[in-house]
Design a protein around this ligand. Structure first.
Ligand SMILES: *[C@@H]1O[C@H](CO)[C@@H](O)[C@H](O)[C@H]1NC(C)=O
Length: 176
């Protein structure tokens, strides 16, 4: 478990995270370039720094408001970029599996000020960056390793809803 700690987090909080077993990596904030954005989104572009975690082969990212209810091991089998569609044809950036890449990160940084973000945050940026995500194939964690090794890894894959569901989906499915 790795936590990226950006500017403004107190030493006290950082030490608590360490005491809880987190590996702390200090990073700098990535400014949100959007003029119009929800106030709480001031720091969210920093999430893009996941793509710069090149000391790791794969990073599985969860927003702080998610709850892991069963093993997430399968997500580490994801190719380059996995997310799911939520309530729409747009990807949700609350749960991501990423293969960190200097090339991809640098490319993102060249586009960060120009690509539109419909949310005013990282999720909107990622939807522009991974244009066509809605047509991505579904991630299949159970493909035999032989098949995984021999295929050309897709740029993006769509996770099933099981990997990132919420109360809204539960209510829709159960019509309560
Ligand atoms: C990306 O990672 C490298 C190496 O870990 C680091 O030196 C660099 O500052 C990072 N880039 C940004 C923009 O955070």
């Amino acid at each position: 478990m790795v936590v990226l700690v950006s500017d403004g987090v107190s030493d006290y909080a950082t030490k608590l995270l360490q005491a809880d077993g987190w590996i702390v990596e200090l990073i700098s904030l990535l400014a949100n370039p959007n003029q119009i954005k929800p106030k709480r989104f001031w720091g969210v572009y920093t999430k893009l720094k996941i793509f710069n975690m090149t000391n790791y082969k794969k990073v599985v990212y969860f927003d702080a408001d998610t709850i892991v209810v069963r093993s997430v091991e399968d997500l580490f089998k994801c190719g380059k970029f996995c997310a799911n569609l939520k309530h729409s044809e747009r990807l949700n950036s609350g749960v991501l599996a990423v293969e960190p890449s200097q090339t991809v990160f640098n490319d993102m940084m060249t586009e960060v000020n120009t690509l539109p973000s419909y949310t005013g945050g990282d999720q909107g940026f990622l939807n522009s960056y991974y244009a066509g995500f809605a047509n991505a194939h579904v991630f299949e964690p159970d493909l035999p390793q032989k098949v995984l090794d021999s295929r050309s890894v897709p740029e993006m894959e769509r996770l099933s809803t099981l990997y990132n569901a919420d109360v809204g989906l539960y209510i829709l499915a159960n019509k309560v």
